[in-house]
Design a binder for this molecule. Structure first.
Ligand code: NAI
Ligand code: ISE
Length: 336
């Protein structure tokens, strides 16, 4: 069976996911494309999916009989309407992070999906599929005793002028907000944001770097640095300190080269390369579940909890140093 996939939003990651569906993975084909910038959809059709139909709107694409499953890879603030429409149409939907840019919007998605009584949504928290994070989780679960502290960093080489201080939370930290919950099997109870001395390399209006301090219900303390103009590369670090030992996320495999009296290892510069294998595995999981009319992997509830936690971090940004509490409603049985 070949799952016919419609892609909404054919920018950087929409295009890359279309490529992996048509050229890397089996079991699915891109049959429909749309983007508010029609030229972007036409370009993906020409280069990656020549047989796909280009739709004027996402709503039409979701309704089309040529679409069994939907990929929402448009800008974050547009996700809610598309995911709700896919749920209403009963079609499995892969939604890139963030599930929505506010907790209220994410909750509407949770409620709509829970009302159908079955999983239809997978959120693009691809780190859960990353080999390094999976190795780290095994060690955390079995080797180092109860986790006590996490030290982490999310560094991008540079960002576009449209990137804002809040996006450091909703767009960037959101990956950490999900992966720490998954690693620790714990939820957050508070957030605090502090701003170190600013880098001169950030554009006007962007506060960079930032440090986010989180506390979990189980008492784990987490510090995570978000630095999106670090200049030297794309660098994701995570260290978990436990009662019996300490575990580090491995760096991506790289050749250690000896040359010109130096020992050198190249660093990656782009998230597309850092998580290339994880994106393949997450979409393979989506296609497999979609063939059974359902969804797997990170849930709408995970997307909602990340959004609640992100909103608290944004409130903490607005009152630097203050501690903002985080609380969650009861989890619907569907996500038990
Ligand atoms: P982008 O700006 O390159 O592409 C977004 C595309 O969506 C653009 O082509 C834009 O024209 C289109 N678009 C905007 N509004 C639309 C609407 N209402 N309907 C249809 N299309 C619309 O952005 P990028 O980097 O591809 O990000 C897209 C989403 O993927 C974001 O939510 C982002 O956070 C997420 N993302 C996830 C990554 C991951 O590591 N999991 C990596 C990069 C992005
Ligand atoms: C981007 O949207 C991603 O999701 C990348 O993984 C992240 O590193 C980057 O900061 C975001 O802007």
């Amino acid at each position: 069976m070949t799952i016919r996939v419609g892609v909404i939003g054919t920018g950087a990651i929409g295009r890359d996911h279309a490529r992996r569906i048509n050229q890397v993975l089996s079991g699915a084909q891109v049959t429909a494309l749309t983007d508010v910038n029609a030229a972007a959809a036409e370009a993906v059709k020409a280069e990656i999916a020549p047989d796909a139909q280009v739709f004027e709107t996402g709503a039409e694409l979701i309704q089309s009989d040529a679409v069994d499953a939907v990929l929402v890879t448009s800008s974050g603030f547009t996700h809610e309407d598309y995911v709700l429409a896919a749920i209403a149409a009963g079609k499995p939907c892969f939604c890139e992070k963030p599930l929505a840019t506010t907790a209220d919007a994410a909750k509407r998605i949770v409620d709509a999906e829970a009302a159908t009584g079955k999983r239809l949504v997978q959120v693009g928290f691809m780190r859960r599929y990353d080999t390094g994070y999976r190795m780290l989780k095994r060690v955390v679960d079995t080797e180092i005793g109860r986790p006590l502290m996490v030290h982490a960093a999310h560094r991008n080489q540079s960002v576009a002028l449209s990137y804002s201080t809040q996006m450091a939370i909703h767009d960037t930290l959101i990956h950490e907000l999900d992966i720490f919950r998954w690693l620790l099997e714990d939820d957050y109870v508070s957030a605090q944001v502090v701003f170190p001395r600013a880098t001169p390399h950030a554009h006007e209006g962007l506060r960079d770097p930032q440090m986010v301090l989180l506390e979990t219900a189980g008492g784990v303390r987490i510090d995570v640095e978000i630095f999106v103009n670090c200049r030297y590369g794309y660098d994701i670090q995570c260290q978990i300190v436990g009662e019996e030992g300490l575990a580090n996320l491995p760096d991506p495999m790289a050749i250690a080269m000896r040359k010109d009296a130096r020992l050198q290892t190249a660093l990656l510069t782009d998230w597309k390369d850092r998580f290339i294998d994880s994106y393949d595995v997450e979409l393979a999981d989506f296609i497999k579940a979609a063939a059974n009319g359902t969804a797997a992997g990170p849930t709408s509830w995970d997307g909602y909890v990340a959004a609640v936690s992100a909103d608290a971090c944004v409130a903490a940004q607005e009152a630097p140093g203050s501690i903002v509490p985080i609380s969650l409603p009861a989890r619907p049985a569907l996500y038990g």
